[in-house]
Design a protein around this ligand. Structure first.
Ligand code: TYC
Length: 139
């Protein structure tokens, strides 16, 4: 919610805040010299509007492994260790989850890191002639 320091003239400005989160309204200043004053308040002062910083977290992505009927369990465990830094116990747990539930999350990353993981895992699986598939979805 944006607030402004000067009371009164405009309650909800429809334009976006500037990058430093301050909108200067040149209503009475003479900057808009040929523009009739829409409100009629005299004085010529600049109105300073302050707004909340609009900093959003970058989106995150789950890297997901899909089950199939042919890829050996040992190969999947190896993939989880090699590309997702899991220890053996964790890798076996995730592999069995994928095996029984159909898919499972290997990790959550920025878009670029997730894309790279997916690409490397799928290339590695192809190189070893396994149909194992890795994909990503919005977290
Ligand atoms: N279902 C496979 C099998 O029975 C094992 C497997 C687990 C394959 C996880 C893919 O993502 C996977 N050999």
């Amino acid at each position: 919610m944006r607030t402004k320091r000067t009371a009164g003239l405009l309650e909800a400005a429809p334009w976006p805040a500037t990058e430093d989160h301050t909108t200067i309204l040149a209503l009475e200043s003479g900057i808009m010299a040929n523009t009739p004053d829409p409100i009629g308040a005299p004085g010529g002062a600049l109105e300073i509007e302050e707004s909340e910083p609009k900093v959003e977290e970058p989106p995150r992505y789950n890297v997901v492994l899909l089950n199939d009927d042919y890829t050996p369990m040992e190969f999947v465990v190896g993939v989880l260790e090699r590309f997702f830094g899991m220890d053996r116990e964790q890798a076996v747990r995730v592999m069995l989850h994928v095996h029984t539930r159909g898919k499972g999350v290997c990790g959550t990353f920025s878009r670029e890191i997730a894309e790279t993981k997916v690409s490397k895992v799928n290339q590695f699986s192809r190189e070893h002639q396994h149909p194992l598939l890795c994909t990503m979805e919005h977290a």
